[in-house]
Design a protein around this ligand. Structure first.
Ligand code: CAA
Length: 258
């Protein structure tokens, strides 16, 4: 399928989505969000795909929601359209692992969609921020919630209330980013991580992702119980037998359910 604002490529078992509105630093207009949802649906449905990478350009992952498009909207418009919830949250409901490969600006909604991914690999030139306050609004796609869970109250308050940007080193130090790499290595690193994940047993990968996510939505006791149930369920899969037999036989496992 041809898209106007994104590019979709399949590389081995990895689906690569590139945000592609260079004239607007990949600002997230309605069309882009719609196309992103369509691409994610396609990758979710494709059994040949085991993991996804979401990236932008060298200059911008995404500079936020499209300000020109939303500037004249009123309260009733955004309420009735359920602006932001509608469409955007699709990223957070993707069941296959999704890695954000971030270079350049990840601001406002750009930072928020990166945080909806499972983890962020950042180029050294990446800049993260929630500058909504400078526009007379507050973050609307999880910026006050996911950022606070990722970096803690002090830094989240600092970023959300001042609108300042933080660089990749600060983002890694504060726990927002999993790895920082040289800009020219960003895509290779993200694709290699995704390919590695896509080589494991898909049902087990889904369980692992679901269990980590549960940590954000439950008490420790409930989360541990949830994890234990999935852990036990893993023993009901052929891939557990294969993974452990391969270890004992000193060979590479060949997982059936990829
Ligand atoms: N929406 C629409 N257009 C945008 C945009 C955005 N979020 N960000 C950049 N652009 C456009 C600019 O208007 C400009 O277009 P023109 O050439 O037609 O003027 C083009 O992209 C290039 O941008 P700049 O000339 O500004 O580039 P720069 O290198 O000087 O600055 C920047 C880069 C610091 C990222 C600056 O563009 C900027 O501050 N952008 C806005 C960032 C922002 O406030 N994001 C939050 C949006 S609100 C939001 O996301 C709500 C939410 O929670 C979901």
């Amino acid at each position: 399928m041809a898209f106007a604002t994104i590019e979709l490529e399949k590389k081995g078992r990895v689906g690569l989505i590139r945000l592609n509105r260079p004239q607007a630093l990949n600002a997230l207009c309605d069309e882009l969000v719609r196309e992103l949802g369509t691409a994610l649906n396609e990758l979710e449905a494709d059994s040949a795909i085991g993991a996804i990478v979401l990236t932008g350009s060298e200059k911008a992952f995404a500079a936020g929601a499209d300000i020109k498009e939303m500037k004249d909207r009123g309260f009733v418009d955004v309420l009735v359209a359920d602006f932001i919830t509608n469409g955007w949250e699709r990223i957070s409901t993707v069941r296959k692992p999704i890695i954000a490969a971030v270079a350049g600006f990840a601001l406002g909604g750009g930072c928020e969609i990166a945080m909806m991914c499972d983890f962020i690999i950042a180029a050294e030139n990446a800049k993260f921020g929630q500058p909504e306050i400078t526009l007379g609004i507050i973050p609307g796609a999880g910026g006050t919630q996911r950022l606070t869970r990722a970096v803690g109250k002090a830094k989240a308050m600092d970023l959300v209330l001042t609108g300042r940007m933080m660089d990749a080193a600060e983002a890694e130090r504060s726990g927002l980013v999993a790895r920082v790499v040289a800009a020219e290595k960003l895509l290779d690193e993200a694709l290699a991580a995704a390919e590695k994940i896509a080589g494991f047993s898909l049902p087990i990968v889904l369980m692992a992702k679901e269990s980590v996510n549960r940590a954000f939505e439950s008490s420790l006791a409930e989360g541990i119980k949830f994890e234990r149930r999935l852990f036990h369920a893993a023993f009901g899969t052929e891939d557990q037998k294969e993974g452990m037999a391969a270890f004992v036989e000193k060979r590479k496992p060949v997982f059936k359910h990829r």
